[in-house]
Design a protein around this ligand. Structure first.
Ligand code: AFD
Ligand code: MN
Ligand code: MN
Length: 424
């Protein structure tokens, strides 16, 4: 049985406390303010996507890790392991139909026993399911044929029903709809059909639900996507109503896009519904969050953190989820590294001296502005992130604990090496 207890050796704890004390003094913070900083990091919880617990793959192949989950129950088990070690997640996002529960009560019981809830439910009209009458080969909510669009609308409504049974209140719609060749789509008609389809889904949503409309500039369509950018998503959300918001996925931007400015803009207009974290070098690479561009992640959190306290901003709480797919790493290890990098970027963002930055911006003192951000970004906040974990009974070093407890070995012994390809 995988031990739930996270021992922290006296030697390790002593080193940790010394690091914490050093950082508190270096930041010249009172005990209370330093403790408040740790509490703020403790409060940051990021949803785990059910589809990331199995080894992902590319169109060129998958290299499955043994012991992967073979059912929704086992996915929840894995998220429970991540929660126990990191204390940085309390929710799971589901993908329907991959995660349709066989026994709702049993799933609810499993979630409750692990301190987990269901975050969003994600619809899937980018694949044809076995026995599906009409194909999505040429699109779903944008399709030229009414019956195909109605089938896709009905699927989303069924996704909502599954979500309701498990306590979710968020439907995330990401469409693969688009075209591969010039002339294939009438851009205006495809947009108009998509708008009408989304409005029908929106109308079917319970009054306490939110719809998140996710954009992506390319893939799996390679000439045009029906929802390629935040402006299109925003327009669709406005057409639906005030409980539809834009979902920003870090990997869904062309290279060199200023993502932090998009975050600031959507917060300003009150339509940032959610953020999917991952790592990107070129596109929707779904790599480990923060592994390649940690400064970009920090700047995104600078906007998220300052937006949350800006009187100009009237935005609902932003739903945070990791959306990555692990082709080379152990999925659980990768998700724990992502959670660490997310909390690290957030803790650094909280160190920015906002008052001094506003003054420097007002004075157009460019160097001072830059130095204020760099001072926060260059601070090693790992003791704060570790303290946020161990205060809640988490591991001082989740990766080390995961390996020393030989959790993967135990999962392989229990589940074998057979895997089902449900990863994206
Ligand atoms: C793929 C899409 C998108 C979506 C996710 C879950 O690119 O990010 O959120 O699948 O459906 O990664
Ligand atoms: Mn996504
Ligand atoms: Mn994606």
């Amino acid at each position: 049985m995988i031990s739930e207890v996270n021992e922290v050796s006296p030697v390790e704890h002593k080193k940790h406390v010394a690091g914490l004390e050093f950082l508190k003094n270096a930041l010249e913070l009172s005990d209370q303010n330093f403790s408040n900083l740790v509490s703020a990091v403790q409060a940051l919880q990021v949803a785990i996507p059910s589809w990331a617990l199995g080894t992902g793959g590319t169109r060129f192949g998958r290299f499955p890790e043994g012991g992967e989950p073979r059912s929704l129950e086992e996915k929840i088990e894995d998220v429970g392991i991540i929660r126990n070690l990191t204390r940085a997640t309390n929710s799971v996002s589901l993908h329907i139909p991959w995660d349709i529960p066989k026994d709702v009560a049993a799933i609810q019981q499993m979630l409750h026993a692990r301190g987990l809830v269901i975050d969003s439910v994600n619809s899937n009209t980018f694949q044809d399911q076995a026995g599906q009458p009409l194909s999505y080969k040429f699109g779903s909510l944008c399709h030229t044929s009414d019956p195909v669009r109605n089938q896709a609308i009905q699927h989303n409504i069924e996704v909502i029903e599954h979500g309701k049974s498990l306590g979710s209140k968020v439907l995330t719609v990401w469409l693969a709809d688009g075209s591969n060749f010039p002339g294939q789509h009438n851009f205006r008609r495809a947009f108009a059909r998509t708008q009408k389809s989304l409005e029908q889904i929106y109308k079917a949503m319970p009054a306490d639900w939110t719809m998140l409309v996710e954009y992506k500039p390319y893939e799996p369509s390679f000439y045009s996507m029906v929802i390629p950018d935040w402006g299109t998503s925003h327009e669709l959300c406005k057409g639906c109503g005030d409980r539809a918001h834009v979902l920003v996925d870090l990997g869904h931007h062309l290279p060199n896009t200023n993502i932090e400015q998009i975050v600031a803009r959507l917060l300003h207009i009150g339509r940032l519904g959610g953020f999917h974290f991952n790592g990107s070098q070129y596109g929707d690479d779904d790599l480990t969050t923060g592994a390649i561009k940690p400064f970009q992640l920090f700047l995104i959190f600078h906007e998220l953190a300052t937006g949350a306290s800006d009187t100009l901003v009237k935005n609902p709480p932003v739903a945070y989820m990791i959306d990555a797919s692990h082709n080379l790493k152990d999925p659980i290890e990768d998700l724990m590294i992502s959670l660490e990098n997310i909390r690290t970027a957030y803790a650094k963002a909280l160190l920015v001296d906002i008052r001094a930055l506003e003054q420097a911006q007002h004075d157009n003192d460019v160097v001072a502005c830059e130095q204020i951000l760099q001072r926060a970004f260059q601070t090693d906040v790992r003791p704060i992130v570790a303290e946020a974990r161990i205060r809640e009974g988490g591991a001082l070093n989740p990766l080390e604990s995961f390996r020393s407890k030989r959790i993967r070995t135990e999962l392989i012994a229990k589940r074998g090496r057979k895997t089902i390809a449900t990863g994206l």
